[in-house]
Design a protein around this ligand. Structure first.
Ligand SMILES: C[S@@+](CC[C@H](N)C(=O)[O-])C[C@H]1O[C@@H](n2cnc3c(N)ncnc32)[C@H](O)[C@@H]1O
Length: 250
């Protein structure tokens, strides 16, 4: 039996229970999620997500066997990014794309739909990699390469475009992403797109000065209800040249 340890190259953070096989986890995801393509910004894509019809939606949190299932939620930042990619296929067409913090894999699927040359889905939660595979299958796509090592801080070679859907939800993570993205852009000229619904840890972060708004979407009512206080979600492009503008005027 293929174990998750064999599938994922670097499971060091105890995300998975020993002995759980990829098939076990796939079955678990199928049993405990619902296929959804409504009430979000991208009805073209079908995703297995947590909904009120799922058993664990109502169960006590300690019964859940894994870490927090971020992959079972389609985050507002990811929705913006995925909508933007689907509506602007030229953005990812022919590109080597890294979807960092892929979660359910929606942006990965959009990039593949749009003809990206290569897409790597990366998430430090290996269950997210398996959910992304299942969601690729669900949308009639070939399997995608899912990586689980922490790429932030590593040498970011081989990508034309990095996608970050709702990845600025914690200050420490935002800081390390900012430093790493600077390196990706400076060393390799990588393009960077960020989807974010206006989280405080993003809006107040230094990276905001170097971003240009590419698109803004009103969140569907159901998403607004689940994300109290959020009404819009935005796609930003990291423009390194703005750094010079700021260093002159600061
Ligand atoms: C808020 S969710 C966003 C998921 C997806 N991009 C979306 O918008 O629906 C953040 C995801 O980032 C992953 N993550 C957190 N830190 C990470 C890191 N250093 N490298 C890769 N993934 C990370 C989490 O496991 C989680 O799946």
């Amino acid at each position: 039996m293929t174990t998750v340890q064999a599938l994922c190259t670097s499971i060091t953070n105890g995300y998975l229970q020993d002995g759980a096989s990829v098939k076990d986890i796939k079955d678990f995801i199928k049993e405990n999620t619902e296929v959804v393509n409504k009430h979000n910004l991208t009805p073209e894509i079908r995703l297995r997500l947590f909904t009120p019809n799922c058993r664990f939606w109502h169960a006590r949190p300690e019964l859940w066997p894994f870490t927090d299932p971020f992959w079972a939620i389609y985050w507002p930042g990811g929705q913006a990014l995925t909508r933007y990619l689907l509506s602007n296929p030229g953005v990812s067409k022919g590109k080597r794309v890294l979807d960092l913090g892929c979660g359910c894999g929606a942006s990965t699927i959009a990039a593949k739909f749009c003809g990206a040359a290569r897409v790597v889905a990366n998430d430090i939660d290996p269950v997210a990699g398996i959910a992304t595979q299942l969601n690729c299958e669900l949308n009639g796509l070939d399997p995608v390469l899912c990586e689980t090592e922490n790429t932030i801080g590593s040498e970011p070679e081989g990508y034309d475009l990095i996608l970050l859907g709702d990845m600025f939800y914690e200050e420490a993570l935002a800081d390390s992403l900012h430093n790493w993205l600077d390196r990706c852009i400076n060393t390799h000229g990588t393009q960077v797109l960020i989807g974010d619904p206006g989280r405080a840890s993003f809006e107040g972060h230094g990276i905001r000065r170097f971003l240009r708004q590419e698109a803004r979407f009103e969140l569907p009512e159901a998403v607004r209800e689940e994300n109290y206080g959020l009404s819009f979600t935005t796609v930003w492009r990291y423009l390194p040249e703005l750094r010079h503008t700021h260093s002159h005027s600061d």
